[in-house]
Design a protein around this ligand. Sequence first.
Ligand code: IPD
Ligand code: CA
Ligand code: CA
Length: 265
Amino acid sequence: MSERLQTAIAAAKKAGEYIESMLHRRDELTIENKDINDFVSEVDRNAEKMIIETLMASHPDDGILGEETGTQNLDSENIWIIDPLDGTTNFLHGFPQFAVSIALKHKDELTIGVVFNPASNELYHAEKGQGAFLNNKPIRVSERTTLETALIGTGFPFRDFTYEDNYIGMFRAMINKTAGLRRPGSAAMDLATVACGRFDGFWEMTLCQWDIAAGIVLVREAGGVCENFVGEDCLESGNIIAGPRGVVDEIRNTVEPFLDGTLKD
Ligand code: IPD
Ligand code: CA
Ligand code: CA
């Protein structure tokens, strides 16, 4: 395990333990609205601060792209992409599906992904070329190749409704083709759930880099693929389909009729 992966795991555990300790003290929190249905509390901010302090203590020259604090030193070869609490709405309601998500981009390539759900004590990690692991045990994406018997994760619009109609069309088509759809509410966890084969696939639109960067490494190292709606890179696009090759192709074919405009980027 590389030194940076060890540091990322230490940072995720530290922040995750803090988040878990605040789960039962939620009534003491000050909750702000960043935007419609976009909540943030001191837990998100403190967790991100802890993560950055831990990473910087060992790798002071690395850059940061963090959801709550923005960017620093983006000229570095090594950029950490951080979502300190993915699934904030779940956390604020005590619904135990949320995670710390930390990824490393080295020279424009995602190389490390760590996702930690402190409520279930599940820690996922992956490093390029080394496989993916859940609590240190190797994981693989599902062996399903078609949608017919597949359980598929998704996320629907709840802040920006620009693509609401597109999504509803996709949703209708997908419920008719799959064994079931689920919307747990944390994209980082959704991708981890694909990486360990509990979901056969996942799709969502207009996500941010910090929602998906770590999960992308997990899925790829677990033998799956992550692409946008036209089979290209999904990190910057934020439109993502993930899973084993065959399932990803079937999801793309199913949602394709409902794409327009920037959904094709
Ligand atoms: C959100 C979660 C959710 C997804 C949203 C994200 P946050 O992240 O990943 O599943 O549907 O688009 O923004 O705001 O809880 O960190
Ligand atoms: Ca997020
Ligand atoms: Ca977040």
